[in-house]
Design a protein around this ligand. Structure first.
Ligand code: TRP
Length: 335
């Protein structure tokens, strides 16, 4: 038994490749946290199904997501890295939690309201509505203490806490009540072509999005074509200079140097110098990761074996917890 605090986080397999935003906003921070925590990372394919997915692509995107996490330094021997649908205890616990979650409290989730508004609430699926309850099940199965998430997921972790407390007081102490760990907001990365909106895998154009699996030439070209502004000063100012500020944020994340130190080192230099330096830094980090990810994807049987072993490790924790829950709510045991 590890004495380090248990950490759980998840990512959706909703694109072929991770982009700089995921890398800096989540992966880089997870990689650091796995040394000080007993960490579990889950590719949440069941969550991905809450919006339409192409059945021909989903399995492959799941593999690709896992491969990139390993390539970027998530260690599947030390941490547990597994695919959500491989451990049926997740939807099984989610069902139980559905029965103690209020329709009203689920209706107040802002992510549901935003997503449902896009199609109209009437055509939003029950799955989309229950998304946060499945997320609560993910977290609660593992006696999770810390849940690193972006700001947008904080409300879901609060719901998880409420549901855990409710279950504990109704059925006896069963779940650890987790804490959200909000990942650094300074790490927010914007689209290179449209530096006031978040870099996103669903951006209208690919030109402003840098992918881990892009080839290095393409990455460098995208960075060198980033939108900046008409003056010449390399200075962090999100409001007046969103493009330059974004490049400084990226450079800071990839080099570990602070933004003020970078501003000082670029005094008197031009945007061309800044872009070249950013491109070199991103390529230097991503290129070996890309190579490792492609190598893993080249041998899908071995990758699937890694994921299979990790699902077993996850099940060893989640299985007994689900049994306890079934007992607590009074379900008849199968003999
Ligand atoms: N909802 C999270 C997101 O979109 C992903 C997720 C699913 C998750 N289950 C989780 C995150 C459990 C943390 C813990 O980012």
């Amino acid at each position: 038994m590890s004495t380090k605090p248990r950490l759980f986080s998840g990512m959706q397999p909703s694109a072929d490749s991770l982009q700089i935003g995921n890398y800096i906003g989540a992966l880089l921070q997870w990689r650091e946290m796995q040394t000080t925590n007993d960490a579990i990372f889950c590719v949440v394919d069941l969550h991905a199904l809450t919006v339409p997915q192409d059945p021909k692509l989903l399995a492959e995107q799941t593999r690709k997501t896992a491969a990139q996490y390993i390539a970027a330094g998530i260690d599947p021997e030390k941490s547990i890295l597994f695919v959500q649908s491989h451990v049926p205890a997740h939807p099984q616990l989610a069902w139980i939690l559905n029965t103690i979650t209020g329709f009203g409290e689920a209706s107040r989730m802002t992510q549901f309201k935003d997503k449902a508004a896009k199609t109209g609430t009437d055509s939003a699926s029950v799955g989309l509505f229950a998304y946060p309850v499945l997320m609560a099940a993910d977290i609660l199965l593992y006696d999770t203490v810390a849940v690193p998430v972006g700001d947008d997921q904080k409300q879901h972790v609060e719901l998880t806490r409420d549901v855990a407390n409710r279950f504990n007081s109704r059925f006896g102490d069963t779940f650890v009540v987790p804490e959200p760990v909000i990942m650094k907001a300074t790490a927010r990365i914007y689209d290179l072509q449209n530096p006031t909106s978040k870099m996103s895998k669903s951006a209208a154009s690919d030109a402003g999005v840098v992918w881990m699996l892009d080839d290095p030439g393409k990455t460098a070209k995208k960075i060198k074509s980033a939108v900046t502004d008409d003056d010449r000063e390399i200075r962090f100012d999100r409001g007046a200079k969103p493009g330059v500020s974004n490049l400084l944020t990226i450079l800071s994340a990839f080099t570990g140097e602070s933004v003020p130190a970078l501003e000082a080192s670029f005094a008197g230099k031009g945007y061309g110098d800044l872009k070249t330096t950013v491109a070199d830094a991103v390529v230097a980090t991503f290129d070996p990761m890309r190579a490792r990810a492609l190598e893993l994807l080249d041998d899908p049987a071995e990758l699937d074996r890694i994921l299979g072993r990790n699902a077993e490790r996850a099940l060893a924790i989640a299985g007994p917890k689900l049994e306890l829950v079934y007992d607590r709510v009074g379900l008849l045991r199968r003999s």
